[in-house]
Design a protein around this ligand. Structure first.
Ligand code: ADP
Ligand code: MG
Length: 327
């Protein structure tokens, strides 16, 4: 417990503090991006990322099946490899098993985990299992590879770049909001929350370097928060077009009655879409990318994020991005 006299440190402030205690070496770019990047040989870089899922923080047993939870725990990790432009290869799984979790449920989790891994030709290569006196805890580490020099970091955005995002935004956060209100989300919306799709093929394509991508990450904390990470790392700002945000049909239908829920697309989180910047303003016309990404704005030299509405006025989002230690 944090005493009153102690200043409460935010998630990102803590990560910054940890990062300041360790040093990158010539062959390792460590803390601060979606993955660490380690040179293995003159041609290959090893990508590694780890994610923790804790019962009642990241998932509720009442809302999701163990099979879907297994799938999701893989997808959210593959998403970080995709966000670097790499190809995922191996997974490691740590399980802190709660007393309430039966053997069949644990096996269902593993079936989901392995099914999602198989979809992307990724193998489970090890892990650790122990009992948890409290909630179920799942720790997944993924490793992948990328050609040397092809990793796409958060810090490369340049003024004048176009900003693109894959898929649609806000569905996952909408599903969560409906579940919290005791309502049943539309099937497609619920699917985005329970079994998000990591953009593995898209990430791999972008890592080939056939089109210029200056910066990339996956949207897990919400568009504004994650774009904020790119801008901070790159020393730039951004202008977004509110009308350009890619939204699903279900999400648009909900907006007709409750337009303020657009904030879920801006700051909801758990989208697991790729956000990227490029000097090319026409990436949506590239055959390999057609239909996969939408242009949503421009990188500016002026810091901060401006969100433009159709009439030219500025929009102010009322939601904050997700911070695990926020009070
Ligand atoms: P993502 O949302 O892409 O999973 P995070 O916001 O969780 O990324 O983490 C940002 C960066 O901080 C990553 O490079 C991650 O490895 C690093 N990081 C987060 N927590 C810790 C920790 N406890 N110790 C060391 N590095 C950490
Ligand atoms: Mg990430």
């Amino acid at each position: 417990m944090v005493s009153r006299a102690q200043k409460h440190i935010g998630e990102f402030e803590l990560i910054r503090w940890i990062r300041d205690q360790v040093r990158d070496s010539e062959s390792l770019a460590g803390i601060g991006d979606d993955c660490s990047v380690q040179r293995l040989d003159p041609n290959t870089e090893l990508l590694t990322s780890t994610d923790l899922l804790i019962e009642d923080i990241h998932f509720k047993r009442a809302w999701t099946s163990m099979f879907d939870l297994g799938r999701k725990s893989v997808a959210v990790n593959l998403s970080d490899i995709a966000a670097m432009g790499g190809t995922p290869k191996t997974l490691y799984l740590g399980i802190g098993r709660s007393k309430q979790l039966g053997s069949d449920e644990l096996k269902d989790f593993l079936k989901g985990f392995l099914a999602e891994a198989a979809c992307h030709k990724v193998i489970l290569a090890g892990g650790d299992t122990c009992a948890s006196p409290g909630p179920l805890m799942i720790s997944v580490t993924v490793q992948g590879s990328v050609a040397v020099g092809k990793s796409i970091f958060r810090h490369g955005a340049r003024s004048g770049d176009s900003i693109y995002v894959s898929g649609t935004l806000g569905d996952s956060a909408l599903a969560l909001q409906m579940l919290q209100a005791g309502r049943t989300p539309p099937t497609a919306v619920a699917r985005r929350f329970h079994t998000p799709t990591a953009r593995v093929e898209l990430g791999r394509y972008l890592g080939l370097g056939e089109v210029p991508v200056h910066a990339m990450l996956d949207v897990s904390d919400g568009l504004l928060a994650d774009l904020g990470h790119v801008l901070t790392a790159s020393g730039t700002g951004a202008e977004l077009e509110l009308k350009a945000l890619p939204l699903s049909d279900d999400f648009r239908r909900v907006l007709m009655d409750r337009p303020e829920l657009i904030d879920l697309a801006l700051a909801g989180g758990e989208d697991y879409e790729l956000l990227l910047t490029s000097s090319r303003p026409d990436l949506t016309e590239v055959p390999a990318l057609r239909g996969a990404i939408t242009k949503i704005g421009t990188i500016t030299a002026r810091p901060g994020i401006t969100i433009r509405q159709a009439d030219g006025s500025d929009y102010r989002c009322r939601r904050a991005g997700f911070d695990h230690f926020a009070e």
